[in-house]
Design a protein around this ligand. Sequence first.
Ligand SMILES: [Fe+2]
Length: 303
Amino acid sequence: MSQCVVRGVRSVELVATNFEEAGRFYESVWGLSAVAARDDARMFRGTGRYHHILGLHRGQRPAVIRIVFDVADRQGIDTLYRAVVVSGCRNVVAPAELAADGGGYGFGCKDPDGRNLAFVTGGTEHADAKDQPDRPRKIAHVNLNAGDFDASLRFFTQTLGFRQIDENAPLWFLRCASSDHSSIVLAKTNQPTLNHVAFEMPDVDSVMRGIGRMKDNGYPVEWGPGRHGPGNNVFAYFCGPDEVPIEYASDVLQIDDSYVPRGSDYWKFPPGRSDHWGITQPRSARYYRVQRLFGFTEDGYRL
Ligand SMILES: [Fe+2]
């Protein structure tokens, strides 16, 4: 595909083993707001327009159910569906009207590395979408560990139309039809698991106060605060409920097609450094461990 029809990440859906506690955490500590609650599922919105940016589903084993992408219109969904079918994808369900959790029109598939991806347009959106201090706006990016890196990169770039923006091995940064520097990051780690989910805060102060709020509630910062190389965002990483790796991010670099991608030689920090400011400790051993833990459920591509 020459033109990317994906506009960003709408939501991430997770299995939560401690369902009630996780729900309380995302509302009272992390800064999201509940928009839908059933016995076995809860949806949480950010301050942006998407109906929800996080879905929690009651379950026994921590896992990612799916990553849901935003597409501009129905034609984009149909075009993308055809591209996914042509790519040889065998686990794909044809576009349909969606009933649950905000609705819309879309489809799901399993990518070559076994990740469940969904693509949705339309549905319920929030009219009140103004930034609020200390509250995440949306998902800034999802970082995915790749088992079959070459097949994953090919699928995201050639089938879904993402552009490779920067490379800082083992990380590859992929941009869709958005001014955000990247919405997906692929990590060459030889296993198809979740590396982390980044939630976008409105400003640096919100990230810093978020670190304080997390610390007060027993979730110490595992890496950060700091400022990244590629994407230039301010970051702070934590282990959330079920040890899920989550990030507060702000100041994501906004780019257009004139952006010049750069490679690892340009982006590598000097030894001992892991951010632009030179202030953060290296990531904790705990964080190293959890950013490999979360696999994808078997049938999460079925919407
Ligand atoms: Fe990140």
